[in-house]
Ligand binder design. Structure first.
Ligand code: FE2
Ligand code: FE2
Length: 258
C-alpha cells in the first residue's frame, strides 16, 4: 500500500468521524430542518422530532438505547421505492406494471399517508401558523385515496388479470369457465380520476403556507413532506394513464378479437 493511499484513507476516516460527530451534536429540529426527509426515517424508528426538538440526535440515541451508527446508516439508505420509480415501466409486461402499482398503493397507505397523518395531527393548535384547514381536509383526502386504491385493485387490476388469463387460454371462453369482465377497460379508463378536489385544496393550502416566512420547523417539514408525496402521486397517476391503461386497452382488443 502506498504512503499516498494510506494518507488519503486516513483523511477520509477523519472526515467521516467529524461528519458523524456533527450529526450527533445537532438538535433534532436542526437535523430535520436541513433535511426534511430524515423526519420520516426518525418517525419509523419511533422518534417524533417535534417531541424532542431541543434534544440532540446523540442524546436521543442514548436515551433510547439506539446504536448511533445504525441510525446514521438508516439516514444514508436510499428509499428503495424512490429508486423503483426510476424504472421505465413501458418496457415491462402488463402483469409487472400491475404488481408495481399494487406495491406502491401499499407503500402510500402504510407508510406515506400514516406518517403524514400523524405529522399533521400532531401540529400544535396554538402555534402562530394556522393549519386547521389542512387538519380538516387531510383525513378526507386520505380516506378518498384509500378507497380509490382498493377500488382500482378490485376492478382495473383484477379485470386486467382476467383478460390476460383468457388471452393465455382462449378455450376457457368457449367452455364457459371464464367470462369477460362486465366493465370494459375503455369504461374504466374514462372513469379513472385522481381526487383532484382534495388534491387541489391541499395544494392551495401548501402554496399559502410556502409564502409564509414565519413557518416553524414542524410546519416546514409538513410542507416539504406533502410536496414530495404529491409528486409521487402525480408520477403514479401518470404511469396508470400513460402505461397501464394503454397496455390494458391493447390487451382488451386482442381478447375481443379472439
Ligand atoms: Fe393507483
Ligand atoms: Fe389511480
Amino acid at each position: 500500500m502506498s504512503v499516498a493511499y494510506c494518507s488519503r484513507m486516513s483523511t477520509l476516516v477523519a472526515k467521516n468521524k467529524r461528519k458523524r460527530m456533527e450529526r450527533l451534536n445537532l438538535k433534532l429540529s436542526e437535523l430535520v430542518d436541513k433535511n426534511p426527509q430524515l423526519a420520516s426515517v426518525l418517525h419509523f424508528m419511533g422518534i417524533y422530532f417535534y417531541q424532542h426538538s431541543e434534544n440532540t440526535l446523540g442524546e436521543i440515541c442514548q436515551q433510547r438505547g439506539l446504536d448511533p451508527d445504525l441510525v446514521i446508516r438508516n439516514f444514508n439508505e436510499p428509499d428503495t421505492n424512490l429508486k423503483l420509480s426510476g424504472i421505465n415501466l413501458m418496457d415491462y409486461p402488463l402483469e409487472l406494471v400491475v404488481e408495481y402499482l399494487k406495491h406502491m398503493h401499499f407503500v402510500f397507505i402504510k407508510e406515506r399517508l400514516t406518517y403524514l397523518a400523524r405529522l399533521i395531527e400532531q401540529y400544535p393548535d396554538n402555534e402562530a401558523v394556522d393549519l386547521q384547514d389542512l387538519k380538516l381536509i387531510f383525513p378526507h383526502f386520505m380516506q378518498e385515496f384509500i378507497e380509490h386504491a382498493y377500488e382500482e385493485e378490485d376492478t382495473v387490476f383484477s379485470n386486467i388479470l382476467i383478460l390476460k388469463k383468457i388471452l393465455n387460454n382462449p378455450e376457457s371462453l368457449k367452455t364457459d369457465s371464464a367470462k369477460l369482465p362486465s366493465l370494459s377497460i375503455q369504461h374504466l379508463a374514462q372513469a379513472h380520476q385522481h381526487h383532484d378536489g382534495e388534491m387541489a385544496e391541499i395544494k392551495e393550502i401548501m402554496d399559502q403556507l410556502t409564502v409564509n416566512a414565519k413557518l416553524d420547523v414542524h410546519a416546514r417539514v409538513i410542507v416539504a413532506s406533502l410536496r414530495s408525496f404529491m409528486d409521487e402521486l402525480k408520477h403514479h397517476a401518470k404511469i396508470e394513464n400513460e402505461i397501464l391503461f394503454p397496455k390494458a386497452l391493447e390487451l382488451e382488443k386482442s381478447v375481443l378479437a379472439l
